[in-house]
Design a protein around this ligand. Structure first.
Ligand SMILES: Nc1ncnc2c1ncn2[C@@H]1O[C@H](COP(=O)(O)OP(=O)(O)O)[C@@H](O)[C@H]1O
Ligand SMILES: [Mg+2]
Length: 280
């Protein structure tokens, strides 16, 4: 029987579901990276599911296991690319997957220049961050300048970097799709509530099941492939004129809300897909 590690920093419902699902096919160990150090290139697992909430913890864990030849979900490369919105957009754009119009702006003047090309309002994002925390909207050049200047005071060069993006009216709802081993499992729609324009569940959005059409299926499977993701969520906006636009890829996907809304258990599908992969 194969052995698998579930690597965590915090145990959420998702990790408990993974423990149960993988346990039906493999010997499973929960490894907490906050108390267990990983010796680079040496470890006795066949597979590792990487779950730390912190992106660097996740990426460094994955890299340590990969060096030992462990099949790692996701790979360190996928976690780094997906975890950095700017790098993710570059990979999606290179694969000709439609994304919102987005600019990289290194400083205040560049941010203003990008917005003058896009028109207002614009969305300002940091490459890293989740739950809507580093996503803001600027309605005027004055607002953008203030926001961009504030960003430049942040201590980390990653959060000083800005993505200036067109504001989409349809962005207050998005479709979250989960892809496992090249197959779309299903989708949910998240709709912002109570005057909030961001559709993060952490900001109070409600969720409902969404039935994907073949176009969405094709885009999400290609988006997963563009970041070489084995188990990823793909967040998509629906634009009236351009159709589906991929907004975000997550390399350590949360799936509690997805499971509640759809009844599909991604942990189980992942366990089966890993077992299949280990046979090769
Ligand atoms: N270009 C945009 N236009 C309109 N709304 C957006 C845009 N980008 C993001 N949003 C809204 O903000 C939310 C958070 O942005 P997102 O890029 O997903 O960052 P996070 O990683 O914090 O979730 C999205 O779910 C969406 O509702
Ligand atoms: Mg998001």
């Amino acid at each position: 029987m194969p052995t698998a590690a579930i690597v965590v920093d915090v145990v959420r419902l998702e990790e408990q579901m993974l423990l149960k699902a993988l346990g039906e096919y493999m010997n499973v160990n929960m490894v907490n990276v906050r108390s267990r150090a990983l010796e680079i290139g040496i470890d006795g697992f066949d597979a590792a599911v990487i779950r730390p909430i912190s992106m660097y913890r996740a990426a460094y864990t994955a890299a340590s296991f990969e060096a030992a030849g462990v099949f790692t979900v996701n790979s360190s490369q996928t976690i780094m690319t997906a975890g950095d919105k700017l790098l993710a957009y570059t990979q999606l754009a290179a694969a000709r997957i439609p994304i919102p119009r987005s600019f990289y702006a290194a400083d205040v003047d560049a941010a203003l220049e990008a917005a003058s090309r896009l028109g207002y309002p614009v969305v300002v994002k940091a490459p890293v961050g989740s739950w809507g925390r580093l996503v803001s909207r600027a309605d005027t050049p004055e607002e953008l300048e203030q926001l961009a200047r504030m960003r430049q005071e942040l201590p980390c060069s990653q959060t000083r970097s800005m993505i200036i993006q067109e504001y989409l009216d349809s962005g207050s709802s998005d479709i979250r799709c989960i892809v496992v081993a090249g197959t779309l499992l299903g989708c949910i729609k998240r709709v912002a509530q109570n005057g909030e324009w961001r559709s993060n569940v952490a900001l109070g959005a409600r969720t409902e099941v969404y039935k994907p059409d073949p176009v969405l299926e094709d885009i999400t499977v290609r988006a997963a492939a563009a970041v070489k993701g084995f188990f990823v969520s793909i967040d998509v906006f629906e634009d009236d004129e351009r159709g589906y636009l991929v907004n975000e890829v997550n390399g350590v996907p949360e799936f509690k809300g997805f499971y509640r809304a759809t009844g599909i258990n991604p942990a189980r599908r992942l366990a089966e897909a890993i077992l299949e992969e280990l046979k090769h």
